[in-house]
Design a protein around this ligand. Structure first.
Ligand code: NDP
Ligand code: 2IT
Length: 445
C-alpha cells in the first residue's frame, strides 16, 4: 500500500462517520502523490497524517433563552486546525446541519486556501447547530452573546480570528464582537473580521468572496481566449457569496438567469433582478419565492438540485457542500457548459469533480476560487493593526491581484507536477507545499 493510501486508511478508521471530512481529505491526498515522490522528507516526517489532525478541537455548550422564555441548548465548535502560517483564521457557520464532520472538513480546506492567499494566516473553523432562520434579532443576539461567552477565552487578534460563513453575516459578527469587548474590556477589533465599517470592518470585505470568484473564473477563461462577458450563468444560493458573484458577473457583461435558496430556485430569462434579491434575502430575510410577487414572468421551481438542469455556459455553486453531484455534472455537460466556479466550499462531490475534469470542463476549485473572502479578511486584520483604512478601490485592487496570483501559482504547480492545466491539483499542491515547509521548519513533533 502506498504511503498516501495507508495514511488515508488510518484517517478513515479514526474519523469514521465524518463523511464530509473524509471526502475533503481524499480529494486533497489524490493530488499529492507526485509531490511526495519528489519530497521523501515529507513522508519521513509523516506530514500527511499530521496535517490532517487538527491542532486543537473545542466543543462547548451554548445555552440561551428564546422569545418564549424557554432555555435552549446548542452545541458550539471551534477547531484550531493549523497555525504554522499565522493566527488560526476562518469562519463560523450557524446551521442546523453543523456537526464535527462539517467543521473539520471546512477547517481542513481552510489550511490550503489560506496558504494560497500568500498572507500570514493559519487555519481555523467553527460554528454551531443553531438555526438563525425565523429567530428574532433579540434571540440571535442572546445566542451570539452566549456563544462568545465561551469562545472569547480561545481567540484573540494574534491567536485565532473568526469571521462569517453560512448563517453568520454582519449582524452576527456585530453581536459577537460586542460581547467579546464587554468581557475583555479592550477594543481589540482584530479579533474578528467581516465587521461593520463603523467599528473597523474593511471596505469590500462584504463583496470579496463573490467578486474574487468572478475575477478568478474570468482569469481561467482567459487561458482559452474567452471572458465572462456575454456568458449565461446559473448561481445556486442567494446569500453573501452568491449575491456578490452575481453583481460582479453582471457588471462584466454576463447574464445571471437563476439563483436559489434552500427551498427552490428562481429562473428569470431576462436576467436576475439583483436589487430585489438583496432586499428579499439580505434585508427582509424572506424566501426567494417572494421574487414572483413583483416579477410574475419569472418562474419558481421547488427543490435545489433542479437548478443544474437549466442550460448555461457557467455554473457557480455558491450555497453549500455537495450541491453538484455526478448526475448534475452529467446534465451540465450535456447542456454544453464550459466552466464551473466553486464559490461555496466543496460544492461538487468528488465524483462530479472527476467527471468535469475528464470532460475538459474548466473547473475553478473552491480553495482557490473562493479564497478572496479570507484574503480580504486578512487585509482587514492588517488595517486593524495599522489603525487605518484603505479605500474600496485599494482593497478591491489588492483582491484582484491576489486572485490572479492564486490562479497563476495553481496553474504553474499543476503543470510542474504533470497534471496539465488542472487547477484542482494545482491549488492542492501549492497550498500543501507552503504549509508543509512551514511545519517542517518548525519541527512540530
Ligand atoms: P449565507 O448564509 O449568506 O448564504 C447561504 C445561501 O446558501 C443561502 O441562500 C442559503 O439558503 C443557501 N443554503 C445554505 N445551506 C443550504 C443547504 N444546506 N441547502 C441548500 N441551500 C443552502 O452564506 P455564504 O454566502 O456566506 O456562504 C455560502 C457558501 O460559501 C458556503 O459554502 C460557505 O462556506 C462559502 N464561503 C463563504 C465565504 C464568505 O466570505 N462568506 C468565503 C468562502 C466560502 P437559505 O436562505 O434558504 O438558508
Ligand atoms: O470559507 C471561508 O473562507 C470563509 N467563510 C471566510 C473566512 C474568513 O475568515 O474570512
Amino acid at each position: 500500500m502506498s504511503y498516501v493510501s495507508s495514511v488515508f486508511e488510518r484517517i478513515k478508521a479514526r474519523n469514521a462517520n465524518e463523511t464530509e471530512f473524509l471526502q475533503a481529505v481524499e480529494e486533497v491526498f489524490k493530488s499529492l502523490e507526485p509531490v511526495l515522490e519528489r519530497h521523501p522528507e515529507y513522508v519521513e516526517a509523516n506530514l500527511l497524517e499530521r496535517i490532517a489532525e487538527p491542532e486543537r478541537q473545542i466543543i462547548f455548550r451554548v445555552p440561551w433563552v428564546d422569545a418564549q422564555g424557554i432555555l435552549q441548548v446548542n452545541r458550539g465548535f471551534r477547531i484550531q486546525y493549523n497555525g504554522a502560517l499565522g493566527p488560526y483564521k476562518g469562519g463560523l457557520r450557524f446551521h442546523p446541519s453543523v456537526y464535527i464532520g462539517i467543521i473539520k472538513f471546512l477547517g481542513f480546506e481552510q489550511i490550503f486556501k489560506n496558504a494560497l492567499t500568500g498572507l500570514p494566516i493559519g487555519s481555523g473553523k467553527g460554528g454551531s447547530d443553531f438555526d438563525p432562520k425565523g429567530k428574532s434579532d433579540a434571540e440571535v443576539m442572546r445566542f451570539c452573546q452566549s456563544f462568545m461567552t465561551e469562545l472569547y477565552r480561545h481567540i484573540g487578534p494574534d491567536v485565532d480570528v473568526p469571521a462569517g460563513d453560512i448563517g453568520v453575516g454582519g449582524r452576527e459578527i456585530g453581536f459577537l464582537y460586542g460581547q467579546y469587548r464587554r468581557i475583555k474590556g479592550v477594543f481589540e477589533n482584530g479579533v474578528l473580521t467581516g465587521k461593520g465599517l463603523s467599528y473597523g470592518g474593511s471596505l469590500a470585505r462584504t463583496e470579496a468572496t463573490g467578486y474574487g470568484l468572478i475575477y478568478f473564473v474570468d482569469e481561467m477563461l482567459k487561458q482559452n481566449h474567452q471572458t465572462i462577458q456575454g456568458k449565461t450563468i446559473i448561481i445556486s444560493g442567494s446569500g453573501n457569496v452568491a449575491t456578490y458573484a452575481c453583481e460582479k458577473a453582471t457588471a462584466l457583461g454576463a447574464k445571471v438567469v437563476a439563483m436559489s435558496d434552500s427551498d427552490g430556485y428562481i429562473y428569470d430569462e431576462k436576467g436576475i433582478d439583483l436589487a430585489l434579491i438583496k432586499q428579499l434575502k439580505g434585508v427582509e430575510r424572506k424566501r426567494i419565492q417572494a421574487y414572483l410577487n413583483t416579477h410574475p414572468d419569472a418562474q419558481y421551481i421547488e427543490g435545489l438540485g433542479n437548478i443544474w438542469s437549466l442550460k448555461c455556459d457557467i455554473a457557480l455553486p455558491c450555497a453549500t457542500q455537495n450541491d453538484i453531484t455526478l448526475e448534475h455534472a452529467k446534465t451540465l455537460v450535456d447542456n454544453g457548459i464550459i466552466a464551473v466556479g466553486e464559490g461555496a466550499n466543496m460544492p461538487c462531490t468528488n465524483e462530479a469533480v472527476r467527471y468535469l475534469l475528464e470532460k475538459n470542463i474548466r473547473l475553478a476549485p473552491a480553495k482557490a476560487a473562493n479564497a478572496g473572502g479570507v484574503a480580504t479578511s486578512a487585509l482587514e486584520m492588517i488595517q486593524n493593526s495599522m489603525r487605518y483604512s484603505w479605500t474600496f478601490e485599494e482593497v478591491d485592487s489588492k483582491l484582484k491581484n491576489i486572485m490572479i496570483t492564486i490562479h497563476a501559482n495553481a496553474a504553474a504547480a499543476s503543470k510542474e507536477y504533470g497534471f496539465g492545466y488542472n487547477l484542482v491539483a494545482g491549488a492542492n499542491i501549492v497550498g500543501f507545499k507552503k504549509v508543509a515547509d512551514a511545519m517542517m521548519a518548525q519541527g512540530d513533533y
